[in-house]
Design a binder for this molecule. Structure first.
Ligand code: 0RA
Length: 689
């Protein structure tokens, strides 16, 4: 899970140096001389967010993605087969690839080695040159390794090339001396080690799970690459993972459908180049209603779709209709499967690799290149027709599913229209139990979704009503997994939430309507709380994905302990922090009293603390279990006050994981649920599902 994100402003960046002059170099052959040199690194330290998104946990991890991407590019160009990431003690990270090694020769114009130019100038690198270099260039991530260098207090490049080991070090993006030969070697490759600048990043601890998840995905998308990850931060607790997927995105499909009832025996797969564009597609239908189509361009996930998605959908609909007509699934002349019908229950990955990807859309997450659509249509369409002919049993399953979807679509559309016509959402006033804020400026507004009426009451009293709204939710919200949109809209808790958010849902979703910039889930730190949180995250992930992707969803982090020494009260949010505090207060285990306040009301516990406190040197540690144990003032101080609170920004990976857990627990498949419960039975005592 990604680390908690402390919501504090980034510290001001250190003083920056002047921009270097812009030099453009004409190139003919691909050597050290044809690296386009653009500018110095000053702008990166001045506005890190422009280059890596933000300076919190996401931005921090972005540094690794950037360096890894370069290694993967070298592999995709056919020069490397292994990329290794090692987390080292004291916050350093090292990335090795066994490619050709970055050139170290001296550049004619800059009189610097190519390595130094790549490391210390913005946008310098083969990727930005014309041809001859990488076959495939990075997109959103491709800001260049110099950005990583600029944002690191220390960095070291070690190049294995021409039998020698070359090395250069940097501080905050500036070379410390020349490139030196420090030894001999029998291999070729590039090792880059860096230490992120803690005056720039608000979070400096790398999250193992985030890295593992990202690199696993990259391994699926880069067929045949070996991606190895080592955690050597703590020598007593070393970890490693090695990923290698021969099946490429077909392996990815098997992974995604792991806990679903599948319809096809054989996963469809094609991987072929057409007009300079590599098209890789895999799919497999499940018994679900929902579709899960993930599209990538040059290994970058395109949330907003684009020309590859359009090409895929077009070819899918056309080829399935053609087959259905030929094989008498469709009997009437004007009867057709719609694009929606053929996507129900579909899990698909479309991954294209091309020379010069253009990203557009609100978040630069949509592939624009028009030439990709016909390439995908042709590669995928042809392969699909062959697959259907060669796998008649799978074809029958798929078409049966599509025909059912067509029938259900008519029924569902009628139902939905009835619900919507009755005014389920449109024109509805804000729900009565919403305690709205007074500000009407969405950018400053927050909504707390609170479990239960009693915690909701405390939150209402404790909040800053100018910009904080409270929506208490009663009991468990609907099981969104098996519900269709029309059923969801009939659920009062869900309806209240949608109306309060102001965005509408499904096809009518419009982010412009969002009434609060931050949507905060606030639940108890117990099993029920976790369950409701998972439900809400699943709801957001499935029906409001843009809210997750754009970073609007947060989880409140109430403290776990209240530590009192004399009159000083400290709120403690995790066990690590508690250990630190214990050391600071100089207390040993026997000196303190941990009060478990569960099933006690807070006032009684307070009294007990008073008396107990005297006995044990006036250090009291009180453990909190539920929001209801805090009075409104305490809730404000610890959990809602922007000046002190800790909130976790929910990332897409995290929401997806909630969705996966949820699917396992609530989905139609019994096997995975059983396995999950058996596996987790020890850690979960009273799982009420
Ligand atoms: C351009 C030219 C050559 C190698 C590379 C780039 C290169 C860059 C990176 C970044 C990470 N790992 C890398 N490995 C190689 C060399 C061209 C040649 O040897 O002819």
């Amino acid at each position: 899970m990604p680390k908690k994100v402390e919501k504090k402003a980034a510290k001001p960046a250190k003083k920056v140096t002047e921009n270097k002059p812009v030099v453009k170099v004409k190139k003919d052959s691909y050597t050290a001389d044809n690296i386009t040199v653009l500018e110095g690194l000053a702008p990166v330290r001045k506005r890190p967010g422009m280059y890596i998104g933000n300076t919190a946990g996401q931005g921090l991890h972005h540094l690794i993605w950037e360096v890894v991407d370069n290694g993967i590019d070298e592999a995709m160009a056919g020069h490397a087969d292994t990329v290794e990431v090692t987390l080292l003690p004291e916050g350093k990270v090292s990335v090795w690839d066994n490619g050709r090694g970055i050139p170290v020769e001296t550049h004619k114009v800059t009189k610097k080695s190519a390595l130094e130019t790549v490391m210390t100038t913005l946008h310098a690198g083969g990727k930005f040159g014309e041809g001859g270099g990488y076959k495939v260039s990075g997109g959103l991530h491709g800001v260049g390794v110099s950005v990583v260098n600029a944002l690191s207090v220390w960095m070291q490049a070690e190049i294995h090339r021409d039998g020698k080991i070359w090395m250069q070090e940097y501080k905050c993006g500036k070379a410390q001396g020349k490139v030196k030969a420090i030894g001999t070697t029998k291999v070729t490759g590039t090792r880059q080690t860096f230490l992120p600048d803690d005056t720039i990043f608000t979070v400096t601890e790398f999250d193992w799970q985030t890295i593992v998840d990202h690199l696993r995905q990259q391994a699926y998308l880069t067929k045949g690459i070996k991606l190895n990850i080592f955690d050597e931060r703590d020598h007593r607790n070393k970890k490693s993972y090695k990923y290698f997927f021969e099946g490429g995105v077909a392996s990815y499909i098997r992974h995604l459908n792991n806990s679903h009832e599948v319809k096809q025996e054989n996963v469809f797969y094609v991987n072929k180049e057409k007009d300079g564009i590599n098209v890789e597609v895999a799919f497999q239908y499940t018994a679900d209603f929902r579709e899960n189509i993930y599209v990538f361009a040059n290994n970058i996930f395109n949330l907003e779709g684009g020309s590859h998605l359009v090409g895929f959908k077009g070819a899918l609909t056309r080829s399935l209709n053609k087959y259905a007509r030929k094989n008498a699934f469709l009997k009437e002349k004007d009867q057709n499967l719609s694009s929606d019908d053929v996507r129900e229950g579909l899990t698909a990955i479309v991954s294209v690799k091309l020379q010069d990807p253009q990203f557009e859309g609100q978040t630069k997450a949509k592939l624009g290149n028009a030439e990709v659509r016909p390439a995908v249509e042709s590669v995928f369409g042809e392969a699909l027709e062959t697959y259907l002919e060669e796998n008649p049993r799978d074809a029958k399953e798929i078409l049966g599913k599509c025909m059912l979807a067509a029938q259900a679509r008519m029924a569902a559309r009628n139902a939905r229209e009835t619900v919507l016509r009755k005014g389920a959402l449109e024109g509805m006033t804000l729900p009565g139990k919403l305690a709205d804020c007074s500000s009407r400026n969405p950018e400053e507004c927050e909504i707390y979704i609170v479990e239960g009426d009693s915690a909701g009451g405390s939150a209402k009293q404790g909040r800053d009503r100018r910009f904080q709204a409270i929506l208490p939710l009663r009991g468990k919200i609907l099981n969104v997994e098996r519900a269709r949109l029309d059923k969801m809209l009939a659920n009062n808790e869900v309806k209240s939430l949608i109306i309060a958010l102001g965005t509408n849902i499904g096809e009518q979703f419009n982010i412009e309507g969002l009434r609060y910039a931050r949507v905060v889930i606030m639940t108890d730190a117990d099993v029920d709380g976790a369950h409701i949180r998972t439900l809400l995250l699943t709801l957001f992930y499935r029906y409001f994905p843009e809210l997750v992707h754009k970073g609007h969803i947060y989880v409140a982090q109430p403290p776990l302990y209240r530590v009192q020494k004399g009159k000083d009260v400290t709120w403690v949010y995790d066990d690590e922090q508690l250990d630190v505090l214990k050391k600071k207060l100089g207390i040993v285990e026997e000196d303190m009293l941990v009060l478990d306040t569960e099933n006690e009301d807070a006032e009684d516990a307070d009294e007990e603390i008073e008396t107990a406190g005297k006995k044990v040197g006036k250090v009291n540690i009180q453990r909190y279990k539920g929001l209801g144990e805090m009075n409104p003032t305490q809730l404000w101080d610890t959990t809602m006050d922007p000046a002190h609170r800790l909130m976790k920004l929910i990332t897409v990976e995290e929401a997806a994981k909630a969705d996966e857990v949820f699917e396992t627990l609530m989905g139609a498949e019994v096997g995975p649920r059983k396995r999950f419960i058996q596996t987790h039975a020890k850690s979960v005592k009273n799982l009420d599902i």
